[in-house]
Write a protein that binds this ligand. Structure first.
Ligand SMILES: Nc1ncnc2c1ncn2[C@@H]1O[C@H](COP(=O)(O)OP(=O)(O)OP(=O)(O)O)[C@@H](O)[C@H]1O
Length: 209
């Protein structure tokens, strides 16, 4: 399918402080873009705008050539967003969390595929443990298992590498690369240096360029 998220003259301010302005970019199938910038430069804010969660911005966003404001449902049906926090409830097990997210997205929960996804993320044996009894990295891995379960062409990932170990970093980099190779598109923020081919960049908080 054709896949294109385009920003024209995107700008945002918070509490009368300009965060970024005049951002123009177009992302399509096969693109991986890292949003870079120092703390507070607006990376999370930009991802919230791009994922349709924050409407307080100037400029225009387009999904496949149609304004996002008019094309929102179609856009959201194509999006998988993973936020800054892992987004797991303390009292829910890994399996329950994945089933909840699948149901929320209108996907049919499948325990077998959830078990496979959790095993791929090294959580075999922890499927029925409440999240509050898991480590920070294990909780992040539950969230990342959604990448294997909820097929959506556009991934918007806010600091997905937080708390995961070296093997987890390598697995996530390979999943991102494979997703793009299969025709998907990925927007990611991280302070890590990514080992990913053909990585595009959106730089925030840079002056004098
Ligand atoms: N809900 C809010 N209301 C007002 N200002 C906000 C709000 N959320 C964030 N900000 C401000 O917007 C600025 C950018 O925040 P944001 O979280 O987008 O930065 P970031 O680049 O993701 O930072 P970090 O690298 O620390 O995660 C900060 O100065 C922050 O205080």
């Amino acid at each position: 399918m054709r896949l294109c998220l385009e920003a024209r003259q995107l700008a945002c301010e918070r509490d009368d402080r300009p965060l970024f302005g005049q951002l123009d970019f177009a992302l399509g199938s096969g693109d991986i873009v890292q949003v870079e910038g120092p703390n507070g430069s607006g990376k999370t804010t930009l991802l919230k705008i791009l994922s349709g969660q924050l409407g307080d911005y100037q400029g225009e966003l387009f999904w496949n050539g149609v304004s996002l404001r008019q094309n929102r449902d179609h856009f959201l049906a194509n999006l998988l967003y993973l936020g800054h926090a892992p987004g797991v409830k303390a009292g829910l097990t890994a399996l329950e969390t994945l089933a909840w997210y699948q149901a929320l997205a209108g996907d049919i929960p499948s325990e077998d595929t959830s078990l496979e996804a959790l095993a791929q993320w090294g959580l075999a044996g922890f499927e029925d443990v409440p999240a509050h009894q898991l480590s920070a990295g294990q909780q992040r891995r539950i969230a990342l298992a959604r990448l294997l379960l909820q097929p959506r062409p556009l991934w918007i990932l806010d600091e997905p590498f937080t708390a995961i170990d070296r093997n987890g970093v390598a697995l996530l980099e390979s999943l991102i690369q494979a997703h793009a190779n299969a025709g998907g598109c990925v927007v990611v923020t991280t302070h890590h240096r990514l080992d990913i081919a053909r990585l595009g960049r959106i730089r925030l908080g840079v002056t004098g360029e």
